[in-house]
Design a binder for this molecule. Structure first.
Ligand SMILES: NC(=O)c1ccc[n+]([C@@H]2O[C@H](COP(=O)([O-])OP(=O)(O)OC[C@H]3O[C@@H](n4cnc5c(N)ncnc54)[C@H](O)[C@@H]3O)[C@@H](O)[C@H]2O)c1
Length: 383
């Protein structure tokens, strides 16, 4: 039997937005003009599965699109003590093609069919965000552990529903904030923990991009820019990874203020966002995200009392540690399948041999940050 381990604390600090449904404990910070810390009760006990004594994880997968081809799908069958047993999607030809290319032994025409497979221990949901909540609830009800793509759901309130459903079903919930297990981000975390830049004071995140060709016409607009499918634009789709890593490095965000607008007029969702925030640890942050810029930029800069760290967040260019006038560049290649190290930690946790560095609460906090920044914009636009 696998070892039993202590459950994580169930009270989780989050940012209320006023847009999250009845479960949230929201309070406005008087005078600061920022949204402040609240508490969320009732996160899944993540160690029940370890107590159940599972020795390997047999995965089912819902959706077999872009993210599954290289980033995640192979990670499910290449991780130790892990196999990808079954796949389904709404496109039967796509399902069959994925199964053939990746040697997945079972395919199903429907989600219900896959969930009825008694040999599956856990199900990875890799579909567009609007389907995450209903699918996660179905997977939980079927008694399978849930690994859902980011963002966990369209809004924080939906994340809470998923957390509650997993709790009620006694299954463990994981969300694909996989950078928490990627070597380059672990290097940054080590530098911070070792005090290489002293006390961290402030962090700056910038992502600016020109529009992609498919953004230019309603006929070619990707689902990522449709509010009913994605819940927001590229800010929600991509910047949420950065916000999650900053939570990993500096702890929960306790207050945030943001401005979102659409300046390019290419689509309905936001294309430009600026925000300032603070972490529970005292670190302050500010960010700028613009997806209708003339020139691209991708930068995270962490400033401490003795130096700073500079990196590109979405590329694998060298990290730069700048202290006392010296610059050290460290080149850390990304894994072939970027989700594989994170998937390994999920498998380790489910089999009682380790612990995943992200959890449902941290993933819900990322969604809540996004809700807070986008609240006014969504209200104005009516979605
Ligand atoms: N973690 C990452 O780095 C990363 C990268 C890209 C995408 N994603 C996330 O992964 C998810 C999927 O993105 P993608 O780019 O692979 O999308 P995609 O459009 O390429 O593929 C979506 C897949 O889901 C299937 N599908 C859609 N609705 C379904 C439903 N209701 N039931 C069953 N199957 C359904 C489609 O048939 C398709 O196979 C999104 O949440 C996205 O944000 C994450």
């Amino acid at each position: 039997m696998a070892p039993t381990r202590p459950a994580r604390p169930s009270a989780v600090p989050l940012i209320p937005t006023g847009d999250e449904g009845p479960r949230a404990d929201a309070s406005e910070a008087k005078g600061l003009g920022e949204t402040r810390l609240g508490r969320l009760e009732g996160c899944a006990d993540r160690f029940r599965s370890a107590q159940a004594g599972m020795s390997r994880v047999r995965w089912g997968m819902i959706g077999c699109g872009a993210v599954t081809e290289v980033k995640s799908g192979p990670g499910l069958y290449k991780a130790d003590r892990s196999s990808l047993l079954a796949v389904t999607s709404i496109d039967a030809a796509m399902t069959a093609s994925f199964a053939e290319r990746h040697h997945v032994p079972r395919t199903y025409d429907t989600v219900a069919g896959l969930l009825a497979d008694p040999d599956l221990d856990a199900v990875y949901i890799a579909t567009p965000p609007a389907s995450h909540r209903p699918l996660a609830l179905e997977v939980a009800r079927a008694g399978k552990h849930v690994y859902v793509e980011k963002p966990m759901a369209l809004r924080f309130g939906e994340c809470q529903e998923i957390i509650d459903a997993c709790d009620a079903a006694g299954v463990t919930l994981f969300v694909a904030y996989y950078r928490r297990a990627m070597p380059r981000f672990l290097q940054v975390r080590s530098w911070i923990e070792e005090g290489a830049i002293g006390e961290v004071r402030t962090v700056r995140a910038v992502q600016h991009q020109p529009p992609a060709p498919e953004d230019l016409s309603p006929e070619t607009l990707p689902w990522r820019l449709k509010p009913e499918v994605a819940g927001g634009g590229k800010f929600l789709d991509m910047a949420i990874h950065t916000i999650d890593i900053l939570d990993f490095l500096f702890g929960p965000v306790t207050g945030v203020q943001g401005i979102a607008s659409n300046q390019g007029g290419l689509y309905e969702v936001e294309d430009t966002v600026n925000a300032v925030w603070r972490h529970e640890s005292g670190v302050q942050g500010y960010g700028s995200w613009c997806y209708v810029a003339g020139e691209g930029q991708d930068q995270v800069e962490i400033v401490g009392s003795k130096g700073r760290i500079e990196m590109e967040f979405f590329s694998d260019r060298p990290l730069r540690l700048i202290t006392a006038g010296s610059v050290r560049e460290v080149d850390i290649a990304n894994p072939a399948h970027v989700q594989q190290p994170f998937i390994q930690t999920i498998v380790d946790e489910l089999t009682g041999t380790g612990r995943c560095p992200g959890d449902a609460a941290s993933a819900a906090r990322a969604s809540r940050f996004m809700d807070a920044v986008l609240a006014d914009y969504r209200r104005e636009k009516g979605f």
